[in-house]
Design a protein around this ligand. Structure first.
Ligand code: IPM
Ligand code: MG
Length: 351
């Protein structure tokens, strides 16, 4: 199969982890007789420096013409500490999600057999966790009206949702639940927020179309607690943009490291695959960042293209690396810490 993949390395550790994913994908392509054409394009701080824009039109062109987009990370400390900065790298990520119509962000949380004891949570609580947080990605408070009032001392961001935005996300959630354990949890703050009440009303109205799915409704603050107390109680969670952002960082603790959690963002056209972690500026250029989240995101990419064996192959070598301790320093715990590039080389070789 011929595959044309847009490669958006981005900032910080992005280029280092992306390099490893490319090595692994190329090894997979060789083994299963595919031909991957990688088309690199600029995003984030790197793009601001080059062309003054975090998601340039040329990059958008590359993405819409690709079969899929593999993305590293975005963000640079130079902008974090400057609240007056007019353009920020993160705006590139948001613009990209919006322009590509990536309204659903699929963030699975699962445990790795060899890492269960490395989590700060107890083994019996987390072992066997297998849940998916489906985060709405192109609406809500991230994209609502915002600004400052004339007095200069008041700022506002608004959480706005339209019924169709909730419906299309919930539809994906119901469909996903149908293929899994037929349990769907809608997470909101309907006891306070009007936008959440529209979520509940909309999802409730859809229940009749999926009679086999058991739907529950829970408040986000309670879920923040239950998610790490008893993650096995959840299967598919659907939630608004900001709630999903927060809950998925929290859920990563269950797996043992932020450096392990992959994601896919899907919508009406091309899909994008990215680790849930950020650009980790402190580690930039040191060859120490964990590349596994990006590599597992590439596995999700193969899976979505119905290349199941290829995806399974990647997951099984990742499990093998974890079991044999071929890991970066975040997971080494006193053992030998391998370099980012060494982990990538090892995985490519073992494909
Ligand atoms: C994520 C990140 C982004 C978000 C940031 C970098 C804008 O935290 O993908 O979860 O908030 O969506
Ligand atoms: Mg986040």
């Amino acid at each position: 199969m011929d595959l044309n993949i847009a490669l958006l390395a981005g900032d910080g550790i992005g280029p280092e982890v992306i390099d490893q994913a490319v090595k692994v994908c190329d090894a997979v392509a060789k083994k299963y007789d595919h031909n991957i054409k990688w088309t690199p394009a600029l995003t984030g701080a790197a793009a601001i420096e080059a062309v003054g824009e975090p998601y340039p039109d040329e990059t958008h062109e590359v993405c819409v013409n690709a079969d899929a987009v593999l993305f590293g990370a975005i963000g640079h400390p130079r902008f974090d500490n400057d609240p007056s900065a007019k353009v920020r790298p993160e705006q590139g990520l948001l613009k990209m999600r919006q322009k590509l119509g990536l309204f659903a962000n699929v963030r699975p949380t699962f445990t790795f057999p060899s890492l269960v004891d490395k989590s700060p949570l107890k083994r019996d609580r987390i072992e066997g966790t297998d849940l998916i947080i489906l985060r709405e990605l192109t609406g809500g408070v991230y994209f609502g009206e915002r600004g400052r009032k004339d007095d200069g001392n008041t700022a506002f961001d608004t959480m706005t949702y339209q019924r169709f935005e909730i419906q299309r996300l919930a539809k994906k959630g119901f469909e996903m639940a149908m293929k899994r354990s037929k349990k769907l949890c809608c997470v909101d703050k309907a006891n306070v927020l009007e936008a959440s009440r529209l979520w509940r009303e909309t999802v409730q109205a859809m229940e009749k179309d999926y009679p086999e799915v058991t739907v529950t409704y829970e408040f986000v603050d309670a879920v923040a607690m239950r998610l790490i107390q008893w993650p096995k109680g959840y299967d598919v969670i659907i939630t608004a943009n900001l709630f999903g952002d927060i809950l998925t960082d929290e859920a990563s603790v269950i797996s043992g490291s932020m450096g392990l959690m992959p994601s896919s963002s899907v919508g009406s056209t091309v899909s994008l695959y990215e680790p849930i972690h950020g650009s980790y500026p402190q580690a930039t250029g040191k060859d120490i960042a964990n590349p596994l989240a990006t590599i597992l995101s590439a596995a999700m990419m193969f899976e979505d293209m119905n290349l199941t064996q290829e995806a399974e192959n990647i997951r099984s070598v990742v499990n093998k690396a974890l079991a044999e301790g071929i890991v970066t320093e975040d997971l080494a715990e006193g053992g030998k810490a391998y370099k980012t590039s060494e982990v990538g080389d090892w995985l490519a070789k073992n494909i």
